[in-house]
Design a protein around this ligand. Structure first.
Ligand code: UDX
Length: 422
């Protein structure tokens, strides 16, 4: 928002994060973010404050961008942060304004929150709009400044007008926008993430069949992807999806559908979730088959800890999940990641972490490719066959050129590649 010319004041309950951001240091890894942060700070249009009052007073729009994690012990979303943020706006707003939700919420939340916005003194009218966020980690800046579309859930023409004005510079690039009611705008986000999760689990279900039928999921995926009705994106078979969004969003959607009496409509999402989790078990069993089922004392290198490349996010990371599972089976697991090691250490402190790919692979009995960072695509299999104890590779992301690896003397296993694993 500061980049496109607005005056922005940011409040967060995490003072340490605010302090870093105010100094131009991103509290997480995201390509290009540091440069953007520093240039917008230098413009004077971006301010970080520990005072909610300072952030809220005088603003025309209040963007609520807080997390909605999965509740402890339940599938539903935890809305306490969204509710607290709305309450802060109600408490400190000193003029009429639009409270714009960006958080992913169960359908019906925006309407419920708009009923909580009135203040007894009625000093100022606050209105709710919903403007779901579709950015992906790793390409967050491009996704924000050049999104595929913008969605405005509003209850008045003036709210739509204000959002069009705020996003003017982005919309001028020819980006389509859709104006709709609050409930539909909330639905767009969860439906999009459910569709993406379904597409990934679909190809991973095909991978399961390929494995038993001796077929090849990578070729299958390419052949399907050329069909324009299907499309090649998000059809990459491997360890499946993780992260802070897809897994919890499909669960929260199922939970909300149940509350609305429509559980059957999305009961397939449970299957999507199960297919996804089965990939992690399958990878561990592939590794086990290379060891005749005996993990005890084996040295395993796991390349990748983040849930996807170009991110240091390890929330529900398939890579870390399989690393931990193999550790629990008695293997000695050494994990490498270009960016996510410090986050991974906090989540799984008992695993061993290595600063270099070579250190992780030294004397390994087997190497698992778990996150497809570009650093791993350029590994020279010949050189690495000298470093490891046994040249055995399990490609959990179908990201490497297997012919190069086999030519260099490696035994290669991969998910969904029937012939390869025999
Ligand atoms: C997702 C949505 O894409 C984004 O629109 C939303 O705002 C937030 O959630 P993100 O969690 O950053 O974004 O990651 P995404 O690129 O969607 O990948 C999710 C997971 O699916 C990753 O673990 C990735 O490795 C996996 N994936 C993706 C596959 O396994 N196969 C694919 O073909 C694509």
């Amino acid at each position: 928002m500061a980049q496109v010319g607005h005056e922005v004041r940011v409040f967060d309950i995490d003072a340490a994060k605010l302090a870093m951001l105010a100094r131009g240091i991103p509290p997480f890894y995201e390509p290009g973010f540091q440069e953007l942060l520093q240039s917008t700070l230098a413009s004077g249009r971006l301010l970080f404050t520990e005072s909610p009052k300072e952030a809220i007073e005088g603003a025309q729009l209040h963007f609520v961008c807080v997390g909605t994690p999965q509740q402890q012990g339940a599938d539903a979303a935890d809305l306490s942060y969204v509710e607290a943020a709305f309450q802060a706006v109600v408490e400190h707003a000193d003029r009429p304004g639009l409270v714009v939700g960006k958080s992913t919420v169960p359908v019906g939340t925006a309407e419920r929150l708009s009923n909580s916005l009135s203040r007894p003194d009625k000093v100022c009218e606050l209105e709710v709009a919903w403007n779901p966020e579709f950015l992906r980690e790793g390409s967050a800046i491009a996704d924000t400044l050049k999104p595929d579309r913008l969605v405005f859930g509003v209850t008045s023409e003036s709210a739509e007008g204000l959002l069009v004005e705020v996003y003017n510079e982005i919309l001028e690039g020819g980006i389509p926008y859709i104006t709709t009611d609050l409930a539909t705008s909330e639905m767009v986000k969860v439906a999009a993430n459910s569709f993406l999760a379904t597409k990934i689990s679909f190809i991973n279900a095909m991978a399961e069949i390929c494995e038993v039928a001796g077929a090849d999921v990578v070729t299958l995926s390419r052949a399907l992807g050329y069909d324009e009705r299907i499309g090649a994106r998000f059809l990459h078979a491997g360890l499946g999806f993780g992260g802070g969004c897809l897994p919890k969003d499909i669960r929260a959607f199922s939970a909300r559908a149940g509350e609305l009496g429509a559980a059957d409509a999305v009961s397939f999402l449970r299957e999507i979730d199960k297919i996804n989790l089965r990939r992690r078990e399958r990878l561990v069993s592939l590794v086990g088959s290379a060891f005749s089922g005996d993990f005890l004392g084996r040295h395993i290198a796991v390349l990748g800890a983040a849930f996807k490349p170009n991110s240091d996010d390890v929330r529900d990371s398939p890579a870390l999940n399989v690393a931990a599972a193999m550790h629990l089976k008695g293997a000695s697991v050494r994990v490498h990641d270009p960016q996510a090691i410090s986050n991974a250490k906090k989540m799984f402190p008992t695993l061993t972490y290595c600063e270099s790919i070579e250190d992780a692979c030294r004397d390994a009995d087997l190497v698992v490719l778990a996150t497809e960072w570009s650093d791993y695509r350029v590994i020279d299999p010949k050189e690495f066959s000298e470093i490891v104890r046994r040249p055995v590779l399990v490609d959990g992301r179908n990201a490497l050129d297997h012919s190069l690896w086999t030519q260099a003397g490696w035994k290669v296993y991969a998910l969904g590649r029937g012939k390869l694993n025999r």
